[in-house]
Write a protein that binds this ligand. Structure first.
Ligand code: G6P
Ligand code: ZN
Length: 599
């Protein structure tokens, strides 16, 4: 057996290693604009500079309780972006030196974020061990490659991201770190080959278990959904299907699940071979970035000439986000979660005994609220960020949840789940068509959405993003919007002067959330204007942008009258959007004119 020794290395802290809501994200190697105002591009490595990753990993080990490190089993993998393979070897050597007993690595260092969550919760090692946490190597939907983003985050024993108490500790550690430990003489492990490599170190045996990246996740999906009924749907010649992984890690799960398990055609998969640079693209599943799929589905300007498929979907780099499309039809993420919740009990075996509750993030439209009310379900409105759902799920209060930012999921894991969302939609389609497969016409995605609007009403919805704006100006605008809330009569007068056809603001506030499980309070979670007719305008600063500030404006209008739910969304939202945004544009034209809509 190969023996290794532990080396103590001296190091100095790096600035800016504060993990955000989704871990630490920086350029793998980047460029710095500076030098006396000359604006010369100087290549400067961030993640690849000596000790940068090492410091973060040691700070994480130091932040965890000792029993989650010494003798523990830890997962390391990610979406396969540039620098992942090097990072895995470094983390293996540091885990060995810090007394970890076993490291689990998905073959080729690939595991989607939802699969990591599933592996932590479900997988049992050959020695009977279970994992106590995971380093996930991803920057989610951000581009990858030598000059793009790399990221790392730590997930805990429940399969969800580390809570703030741990991430704050990690950050505090990064600021004072003086040393890290590494097994320099441990040979690199061949992570392309499944199997266990065993070593022996000062604290006893150490092993690296390279395992199939899809098996555990596929097993979990099979326990949730009725694969037989989905297979019948996919084998029906009238039902055509298309899935775009945008060169992210979702591709390996799509091949396994949609093609091998469910019998879809290989040709229905787009960009399903993971690439370190996501083919140079932006792996974010929305109408802007999933161009190829959007064209294939008959949406957008460059629509293909062929008859589009009945169903299309896409994922982001680490496969936790999803976009659902029908033939020439876009399903907003806010509608998607509402429709899944409304149909889950009938269509998805995992939910057959009922839903514990449902939840959405504040800026997500209120489509889910109407479903919850009608079905008499517990309902929660939480701030943006998946961690808030995790708390509810751990307490058994929530089964299905979703966000406008293309995230949908359930309590089967503690991350959002892109493939799960697709299987949920396929289950609903299979259920609605179960007696229909021999008929001339199938129930389509569009039929399901129109039917939903007819029953529950429609929430017209859009979001405007103003990216990379001056951070000071953005703050000023937000402060101004809060000020406006102090006098509703004045505000209503102002709005009426711009558009007389807009309803009155009934309530305005900054969203604040008290977690019903741990009692913690989150303040300043977005500025809300709630109108008498149920419409909403929400302003929020993004928490994920990497340059300057990003202002998001969410615009929503509820229409109960089923004869009026078929309008063009932008047209229906125009009075509301104009009344307020015009006002804001007049005030802050420089900022707001840069925006573009994403839905
Ligand atoms: C990440 C989180 C999501 C959240 C989103 C918000 O994707 O995982 O839970 O909805 O960020 O991003 P934003 O840029 O709007 O803060
Ligand atoms: Zn993601």
């Amino acid at each position: 057996m190969v023996m290794f020794t532990v080396t103590r290395k001296e190091t100095v802290p790096f600035d800016g290693q504060k993990p955000g809501t989704s871990g630490l994200r920086k350029k793998a190697t980047g460029f710095r604009l500076d030098d006396g105002g000359l604006h010369i591009d100087l290549p400067v490595s961030v993640f690849k500079q000596p000790n940068y990753l090492h410091n973060f990993v040691q700070s994480t080990f130091n932040a965890l309780p000792a029993d989650k490190v010494k003798g523990a089993t830890v997962v390391v993998s990610g979406d396969g972006r540039y620098f992942s393979k090097d990072a895995v070897q470094i983390i293996i050597k540091m885990a060995a030196a810090n007394g970890v007993r076993r490291v689990w690595v998905g073959q080729d260092s690939l595991l989607s974020t939802p699969a990591v969550s599933a592996v932590i919760r479900e997988r049992i090692g050959a020695d009977g061990s279970k994992a106590t946490g995971a380093f996930i190597l991803t920057a989610s939907h951000n581009p990858g490659g030598p000059h793009e983003d790399f990221g790392i985050k730590y997930n805990m024993e429940n399969g969800g991201p580390a809570p703030e108490i741990i991430t704050d500790k990690i950050y505090a550690n990064t600021r004072i770190l003086k040393e890290y430990f590494i097994a320099e003489d441990l040979p690199d492990v061949d992570i392309s080959v499944i199997g266990l490599s065993s070593f022996s170190g000062p604290e006893g045996p150490f092993g690296v278990d390279v395992f199939d990246s899809t098996t555990d996740y596929v097993k979990l999906m099979k326990s949730i959904f009725d694969f037989g009924s989905i297979q019948k749907l996919l084998s029906c010649p009238k039902f055509t299907f298309c899935y775009d992984a945008l060169h992210g890690v979702a591709g390996i799960y799509a091949k396994r699940i949609f093609v091998e398990e469910l019998g879809a055609n290989q040709s229905s998969l787009l960009n399903c071979t993971p690439k370190e640079d996501f083919g140079g693209g932006h792996p974010d599943p929305n109408l802007t970035y999933a161009k190829e799929l959007v064209a294939r589905m008959g949406l957008g300007k460059s629509s293909s000439q062929n008859e589009p498929p009945e169903f299309g979907a896409a994922a982001d780099g680490d496969a936790d986000r999803n976009m659902i499309l029908g033939k020439r039809f876009f399903v907003t993420p806010s509608d998607s979660v509402a429709i899944i919740a409304a149909n889950a009990v009938e269509a998805i075996p995992y939910f057959a005994s009922g839903l514990k509750g449902v939840a959405r993030s504040m800026p997500t439209s209120a489509a889910l609220d109407v479903v919850a009310k009608k079905l008499n379900l517990k309902f929660f409105e939480v701030p943006t960020g998946w961690k808030f759902f995790g708390n509810l799920m751990d307490a058994g209060l929530c089964s299905i949840c979703g966000e406008e930012s293309f995230g949908t999921g359930s309590d089967h894991i503690r991350e959002k789940d892109g493939i799960w969302a697709v299987l949920a939609w396929l289950s609903i389609l299979a259920f609605k068509n179960k007696d229909n497969l021999k008929e001339q016409k199938l129930v389509t995605v569009e039929d399901i959405v129109l039917g939903h609007w007819a029953t529950y009403g429609r929430h017209y919805y859009t979001r405007y993003d103003y990216e990379n704006v001056d951070a000071g100006a953005a703050k000023e605008l937000m402060a101004h919007l809060v000020n406006l809330q102090s006098s509703l009569p004045n505000l209503n007068k102002l709005i009426k002067e711009i558009r007389s056809d807009v309803s009155e603001v009934a309530q305005a506030d900054e969203f604040e959330y008290k977690d019903p499980v741990d009692g913690s309070v989150s303040k300043h979670q977005g500025i809300r204007y709630l109108f008498v007719d149920g419409s909403r305008l929400v302003f929020r600063l993004s928490g994920t942008g990497s340059e300057g500030a990003t202002i998001r404006v969410y615009i929503e209008q509820y229409e109960k009258d089923s004869s009026k739910t078929g309008r063009d969304s932008q047209e229906a939202l125009a009075p509301l959007a104009r009344s307020f945004c015009l006002y804001a544009i007049l005030q802050f034209s420089k900022i707001l004119l840069q925006g573009h809509d994403t839905m």
